[in-house]
Design a protein around this ligand. Structure first.
Ligand SMILES: Cc1ncc(COP(=O)(O)O)c(C=O)c1O
Length: 343
């Protein structure tokens, strides 16, 4: 049975073209700063995001954590959304490695408003932690791949500038936001001090993220990366995949978005399933199976038995993610499995 793996866009495997590019990479020792392919990927990503410098890291988690460490001092407070990846899925790393405290806000669909951020900033007071960072996420994973509206980002940024608080953007899927909204990456990045983008999700690379910001910030981040054990040597073989992906796999994200929209419509046609179609803006589809009487674990097993792999996103919520290794036929088959399981 051929598996339709919609668990995540991280499950993609490099295609022939990407593997060839990796094999041909010119490499050096990146801890010494002399891997030309790593340097080229860092420069290309920084240019796309309109920032002076970039740093290649093994994962999105490490990139977020290196960024937080470069922004805050132990005992400082970070404002972020309660459903954000940094808060939910990074093993409390910011507490462990940066001594940071989180102030988690209940955003709406992944969006913290400027008013919410303003209300969460601590006053200057000897008893209270200093608020020294705001983290945002675009697209927002747990909200279902939703796009952070540019107008609200501008307003949040104005609040942060007033208080001299930097913004770090977890842009693991900023590519998706940019393609879906037709807004250049740099336009989002302009309102943020540091941005992390992942190459190992929708862009199809085996590993790798790039963090961008000012030269001073990236200098501190480079030290942090070394401290975390993320300094790699001939990493150009991996960075070459990123350069290939920038050329071949960004524009095509629109196909993943169209397939997610198609899958969402197929789900909406199943009477016992609930889905918010307006929340399906990019490549993530979240739906609820509460009315089927099954919890998500049972539903997952039933789908898996018919060759469809999803993940649980709550007691009765399931997530499907479209990506470059699943085509139109896979989506139609997924719809068929869902109709059979949740009939
Ligand atoms: C929004 C978001 N940020 C960060 C990450 C972390 O990336 P990695 O798995 O490369 O550590 C993920 C991973 O799924 C993510 O969805």
């Amino acid at each position: 049975m051929k598996i339709i793996d919609l668990r995540s866009d991280t499950v993609t495997k490099p295609d022939r073209g990407m593997l060839d590019a990796m094999m041909r990479a010119e490499v050096g020792d990146d801890v010494w700063g002399d891997d030309p392919t790593v340097n080229a990927l860092q420069a290309a990503t920084a240019a796309l995001l309109g920032k002076p410098a970039g740093l290649f890291l093994p994962s999105g988690t490490m990139a977020n954590q290196v960024a937080i460490r470069a922004h805050v001092m132990p005992g400082d407070e970070v404002i972020l959304d309660r459903e954000s990846h940094i808060f939910r899925y990074e093993v409390a790393a910011a507490a462990v490695v940066s001594g940071a405290q989180f102030n988690a806000i209940d955003g709406d669909g992944g969006v913290m408003t400027a008013a919410q951020v303003a209300a969460a900033v601590r006053p200057i007071d000897i008893h209270q932690p200093r608020t020294t960072l705001v983290c945002l996420e675009n697209t927002h994973n747990r909200a279902g791949g939703t796009i952070f509206p540019l107008d609200e980002l501008r307003r949040v940024s104005a609040v942060c500038r007033k208080h001299k608080i930097p913004i770090h953007l977890d842009g693991a899927r900023l590519w998706n936001a940019s393609v879906a909204a037709g807004i250049p990456l740099a336009e989002y990045a302009r309102h943020c001090d540091s941005v992390m983008v992942c190459f190992s999700k929708g862009l199809g690379c085996p590993v790798g993220s790039v963090l961008v910001g000012t030269k001073g910030f990236i200098g501190r981040a480079r030290r942090g990366r070394k401290l975390f054990g993320g300094g790699m040597r001939q990493a150009g073989y991996l960075a070459a995949a990123g350069i290939y992906a920038l050329k071949h796999n960004v524009k095509r994200l629109a196909e993943d978005h169209a397939r997610a929209a198609r899958l969402a419509r197929l789900i909406a046609e199943v009477p016992s399933l609930d889905i918010d179609l307006a929340a399906v803006q990019t490549n993530i589809v979240i739906f609820d199976c509460a009315r089927t009487g099954m919890d998500s674990e049972k539903a997952l097993k039933k789908c898996a038995a018919r060759g469809l792999w999803l993940v649980s996103f709550g007691r009765t919520r399931l997530r499907a993610v479209t990506h470059l290794d699943v085509g139109d036929a896979g989506i139609e088959r997924a719809g068929k499995v869902l109709r059979t399981v949740f009939r």
